[in-house]
Design a protein. Structure first.
Length: 156
């Protein structure tokens, strides 16, 4: 299965400006319209929801934890729109993007939460560095994520 994500250029700029403001890690959620075709999953970013500083239960240079109220809000937004969901967060360094040990532990828990609240939906996670981006996607009821092969910045 090949996963590709398309982000309109204006939304991409908005996401980057949010994720790299200040000195702490930042996060946002992308709501995607998903198209499945012969071995290819295409996720098109339709909406962006940036998380404000007061909606984290913990936010530091190296760790983020969403507060419960904001988790519920994001799940309700996804349910209302019918879109699939991608979480994005920044790592404040240059070089290859990778998920930290803390990220992987948190994702294991959060993917289960998403599937409970949004059964049958695709969930993704992206980590952004100054000069790189890595994404993975969990298909419903599949425990191993699929690495995103291509992220396209598109003109709309």
């Amino acid at each position: 299965m090949i996963v590709m994500v398309s982000i309109p250029r204006q939304k991409y700029r908005y996401i980057r400006s949010h994720l790299f403001k200040g000195h702490k890690e930042q996060g946002c959620f992308l709501f995607t319209d998903t198209h499945l075709g012969s071995g290819i999953i295409n996720l098109y970013v339709k909406e962006v929801h940036c998380i404000k500083a007061d909606n984290w239960s913990h936010q530091s240079d190296y760790h983020l934890e969403l507060d419960d109220e904001e988790k519920v809000k994001v799940m309700l937004m996804a349910k209302k729109t019918g879109y699939d969901l991608i979480e994005c967060h920044s790592h404040r360094f240059s070089g290859p993007a990778h998920f930290s040990h803390t990220d992987l532990v948190g994702l294991d828990e959060f993917v289960k939460y998403v599937w409970w609240k949004l059964p049958g939906r695709i969930y993704g996670a992206f980590v952004w560095t100054d000069d790189d981006l890595l994404g993975q996607v969990w298909l419903p009821k599949k425990h191993a994520p699929i690495t995103v092969r291509e992220i396209r910045i598109i003109n709309k």
